[in-house]
Ligand binder design. Structure first.
Ligand SMILES: Nc1ncnc2c1ncn2[C@@H]1O[C@H](COP(=O)(O)OP(=O)(O)OP(=O)(O)O)[C@@H](O)[C@H]1O
Ligand SMILES: [Mg+2]
Length: 492
């Protein structure tokens, strides 16, 4: 096997933290090398050093036999290093082929872009990768998963030798994940070296040739696939033995707390109604785009066009805007936490306390209580931050997620709606979040939880409502909740 990349003793320090601490790592041609570790372990920082976005404090990067002390985005690109980011950089009003070759278009003698040639080349590259999409389709008409495919093809159309994925499956459903993993293996077989970051251990075991574990910025180990078990890997990641699965303790569900009635998500669709009981964890499942987030946002008053009726302990309440819901003790922890849930330039403390401000107004004693609460939460959720005053934008992706969760757990709400509560969150912290959700249930709260994570739905929920195509496809009772039943209803 041919070594194409070698990172030697790389360190990156930020004020107060060593994000990457003397790490060495290498990559072969045609290999998938996975990087795993808890939130804040240093995975993204290491990747940003390779893409040239971050200059390391010390160490050497050896690429195709040439040594560098640091890279910049241009050099990195010229060397053939490309990363697939979550954000879309595609042009919505152009078709797939135009997007793939954007900036590389072949023009004919008169200077006009040769669309036919672009189209043929797009077809060729898509055939090669076994992707069945019509290259003439507009990007604006594509699903999240399809857009990601186009992003990948676009990258591959440019001299790519090292391809980096940082949690590419975060917003995909089960089928889409399978397709993406197949494609990644296809790309590897074409001789490209791949670095792959994910919190989903299952998927790591499915595609990795080697796995490297980072913890607190340090490299703990590199394993050949087949030479390590899931449990061993997780122990290395969290630095202790873990008890992997949390299940909801048997909390008796009580009277109906919340009744949601006649929410119509789209013209000509059947209205959706359901009720959630005291102490209940009520799951909402379905494919991406089935209307799950739309439904809970409508309940919260984000979209008044999609109005229905909401009853709280048998009394109808008027929700015309989100603050009406919050006043009534209903809160939503949104899916897109970075843009909807956080003040990125404010501190961790401010972000956590902002929702519960009333509780701690004014008095000095309250300040002390507030600080104690924030510290406790940081500790409980294992939020990696060197100080309560750290700017949230400087935390790792997963730790930002934890801050948003913490912020809402800080309120006195009775009804919590979680939209994908553990997306992007590491194994250890997931358990903590499940425990907290369980605690809310046991003190008489009611929980609505949207999730694409099957094990999570199966082990936590009392009932699961499955949505399909903006309608209710079925309601599963505790004993009926399993992967097969959920998928059957979700796909139809
Ligand atoms: N610009 C920055 N300023 C200060 N600290 C930073 C900055 N960028 C990252 N860090 C810190 O470096 C550490 C590593 O972060 P990194 O984003 O690499 O983690 P990660 O392994 O990708 O985690 P996640 O799984 O949550 O995405 C974290 O403690 C983070 O707060
Ligand atoms: Mg990261």
């Amino acid at each position: 096997m041919e070594l194409i990349l070698e990172i030697l003793n790389i360190t990156k320090t930020f004020p107060g933290v060593t994000a990457v601490d003397n790490v060495s790592f290498d990559l072969m041609k045609g290999e998938i090398h996975c990087l795993v570790g808890e939130n804040g372990a240093g995975k993204s920082t290491l990747i940003k050093i390779l893409s040239g976005a971050i200059v390391p404090t010390s160490g050497v990067i050896n690429i195709f036999g040439k040594k560098y002390n640091s890279l910049d985005p241009h050099t990195s690109m010229v060397l053939g290093i490309q990363a697939v980011y979550q954000e879309s950089n595609l042009l919505e009003n152009m078709n797939i082929a135009e997007n793939i070759f954007y900036g590389l278009e072949k023009s004919n003698k008169l200077g006009f872009i040769n669309f036919k040639e672009t189209l043929n080349q797009a077809k060729e590259i898509m055939n090669l990768l076994n992707i069945k999409l019509d290259p003439r389709k507009l990007v604006s008409e594509l699903s999240v998963a399809e857009k990601q495919l186009v992003k990948i093809i676009k990258i591959l159309a440019r001299n790519t030798k090292i391809l980096i994925f940082d949690e590419p499956t975060a917003s995909l459903n089960q089928n889409e994940i399978e397709d993406l993993l197949k494609l990644i293996i296809e790309i590897k077989n074409k001789g490209i070296g791949i670095i792959y970051i994910s919190h989903r251990i299952k998927e790591v075991f499915e595609i990795a040739d080697r796995i490297t574990v980072l913890r607190d910025g340090k490299k703990i180990n590199t394993h050949l696939i087949g030479k390590v078990t899931e449990n061993e890997l997780i122990s290395e990641m969290v630095g202790r033995k873990t008890n992997l699965f949390y299940t909801k303790s048997n909390i008796m569900t009580g009277k109906v707390m919340l009744e949601v009635k006649d929410f119509i998500l789209n013209k000509n669709k059947t209205p959706i109604s359901f009720e959630v009981k005291e102490g209940e964890i009520f799951g909402i499942a379905g494919m991406v785009g089935a209307g799950r987030s739309e439904l809970v946002k409508a309940i919260m008053g984000f979209n008044t066009a999609l109005k229905g009726k909401v009853f709280l302990e048998n009394k109808e309440i008027a929700i015309n805007k989100p603050s009406d819901a919050i006043k009534n003790g209903i809160c939503l922890v949104p899916e897109d936490r970075q843009t909807e849930g956080l003040f990125l330039i404010r501190s961790v403390k401010e972000n956590i306390t902002i929702a519960g401000l009333k509780k701690f107004k004014g008095i000095f004693v309250q300040r002390v209580k507030e600080l104690r609460f924030v510290r406790e939460l940081i500790d409980k959720l294992n939020i990696k931050t060197f100080s309560v005053e750290q700017i949230v934008g400087n935390l790792s992706g997963g730790n930002q997620q934890k801050v948003v969760l913490g912020k809402w757990l800080f309120t006195d709400a009775k009804i919590f709606i979680f939209d994908e509560p553990t997306r992007g969150i590491d194994v250890g912290a997931k358990q903590e979040i499940y425990k907290i959700i369980g605690e809310i249930a046991s003190r008489g709260g009611a929980i609505i939880m949207i999730s694409s994570d099957m094990p999570e739905l199966i082990s936590l929920c009392d009932r699961v409502l499955v949505l399909r195509n903006n309608e209710a496809a079925g309601l599963l009772k505790r004993e009926e909740i399993n992967e097969k039943n959920i998928l059957k209803l979700a796909i139809g």
